[in-house]
Design a protein around this ligand. Structure first.
Ligand SMILES: Cc1ncc(COP(=O)(O)O)c(C=O)c1O
Length: 470
């Protein structure tokens, strides 16, 4: 986070806590610069950012004031899913979401797609063209079952940033994180088993569980600190749970980063009940703060964590390059990978491996992290401006997804159907619950302001208001 972003978030926090009231004058630029030991232009940039977020307003020759009535909406409270194993539903709705992904007319506010247009991605295109020109038969052949070694070496190096000490030999390359999750689940579970998941949780994971005949128990989850360890412990005591699946860093859809103390406590809990942990870190490198948060895997002492990730959210989903570090389940994962898709396509593995080897990946991450944090500020401002007051909004700490909770009786599934007629798609909250809860919630993708623009949020806000009045 840059200095001005840091100062802006500090001021935003004070406004949210009510230390500066609606309509109150904020400290002068000079005073703030002295107080925080930063330059005048840093303070001015911080104020501009807050102005973009519509938290404050400038008044000519008088300074900056807290925007009237603009204290931030509260964050969604701890969720309350059904506390017993359930069959997974929602496939029809997931299919509907996926089938609109290629409709160019549609404003895609519901997708999980990152911005794939930043200039920092150009070296990847160049690498793909270079590989095409080589016409090397090896590129059209099978490579190692566990993946191209160049790529695995780069993944191992990058894993240091997340507190892990992985070796290239610890990693199995997969076709996206989706396959990583699927082989991890199949390595530790069987038909009829029960798995614990955060609630809400990524629909792809739940549909994989459904396909394998596994039931889930949805665990209450806090939008700031993550899965409730107390509820998880109760569930472990009550049910023969085989594994717990979590997205502790820049969670999809809630955006939280689980504090390190809770990550450690989760590891201890899993050790105590001898349960495998499937950790999905697909958004971890998109945390707004630097350095990036550590993984559960970094606290794993006995190899029970199967760490899954991919380059889909940080670079591009169409590459289909993911990976799993399966710990003590390595052999089972490798066999499952073999019977799943054999080896993974070679060219994109080499292209991504070269991109990282040549030092392009970290600058790209810095670029997109800044972009997503900037977009979040702007889109939060529009949501405050155009949505009714009675909402809760998540405070993502990374990634590009925002979760909005509307009053209990609200129906986001119906809203989505109406919006589709106007070529706008959102993700209704019920997609993220095995039992179809959270119909009163929705998830917004703010990766690109080309899609998630003011007009779209205005349209959405008006439609939400109409639905609430109906
Ligand atoms: C939390 C989470 N895990 C896994 C995936 C799947 O990633 P991939 O596209 O690499 O298969 C997604 C995609 O939306 C996701 O949001």
């Amino acid at each position: 986070m840059t200095r001005y972003q840091h100062l802006a978030s500090l001021l935003a926090e004070r406004i949210e806590q009510g230390l500066y009231q609606s309509g109150e004058r904020l400290p002068s630029v000079r005073l703030l610069s002295q107080e925080h030991g930063v330059s005048i232009s840093t303070v001015q940039q911080a104020y501009h950012l807050l102005e973009e977020q519509q938290m404050i307003q400038p008044q000519p020759r008088s300074g900056y004031f807290v925007a009237p009535g603009k204290t931030a909406p509260p964050v969604p409270p701890l969720t309350r899913p059904v506390q017993r194993p359930v069959e997974i539903t929602q496939w029809d709705s997931v299919l509907e979401l996926l089938s609109n992904r290629h409709n160019g007319e549609m404003v895609q506010l519901g997708s999980g797609i990152p911005d794939v247009t930043p200039s920092t991605i150009k070296p990847l295109w160049r690498e793909m063209v270079r590989l095409g020109h080589l016409q090397d038969p090896m590129l059209l052949s099978y490579d190692a079952l566990n993946g191209v070694s160049l790529l695995r070496e780069q993944i191992a190096r990058l894993s240091v940033d997340s507190g892990c000490r992985l070796d290239a030999a610890d990693i199995v390359v997969t076709t996206g994180c989706h396959e990583a999750l699927s082989v991890a689940i199949r390595a530790v579970c069987q038909y009829g088993d029960i798995v614990a998941v955060e609630s809400p949780a990524f629909h792809g994971t739940m549909q994989t569980l459904r396909g394998l005949g596994i039931r889930v128990i949805e665990i209450p989850t806090d939008s700031v600190t993550g899965v409730s360890l107390e509820a998880l412990e109760l569930a472990f005591e009550q049910w023969p749970i085989k594994a717990v699946i979590v997205v502790p860093n820049c969670n999809n859809p809630l955006g939280f980063i689980m504090p390190d103390t809770r990550k450690k406590a989760l590891i201890l809990l899993a050790q105590r009940f001898d349960i495998a942990i499937i950790e999905d870190d697909v958004y971890g490198e998109l945390a707004f703060d630097y350095p990036r948060p550590v993984t559960l895997k970094s606290f794993d002492e006995d190899g029970r964590v199967l760490l899954c990730s991919s380059f889909s959210k940080t670079l591009a989903p169409g590459l289909r390059v993911g990976w799993v570090a399966p710990g003590r389940y390595f052999d089972r994962v490798l066999h499952t990978k073999y019977i799943s898709t054999g080896s993974t396509a070679v060219q994109t593995q080499i292209a991504v491996g070269e991109f990282a080897r040549q030092g392009h990946y970290r600058p790209h991450l810095r670029r997109v992290r800044r972009q997503y944090q900037h977009n979040l500020g702007i889109v939060t401002g529009w949501v405050r401006k155009y949505f009714p007051e009675s909402i809760c909004v998540s405070r993502p700490q990374g990634g590009f997804m925002m979760w909005i909770e509307l009053p209990e009786m609200f129906d986001a599934v119906r809203l989505n159907r109406r919006l589709l007629e106007e070529n706008v798609q959102i993700a209704a909250g019920s997609l993220f619950s095995a039992a179809g809860k959270y119909r009163n919630c929705l998830r917004l993708n703010y990766a690109s302001l080309g899609q998630c623009n003011e007009q779209a949020i205005r349209k959405l806000g008006i439609a939400v208001g109409r639905e609430m009045d109906a």
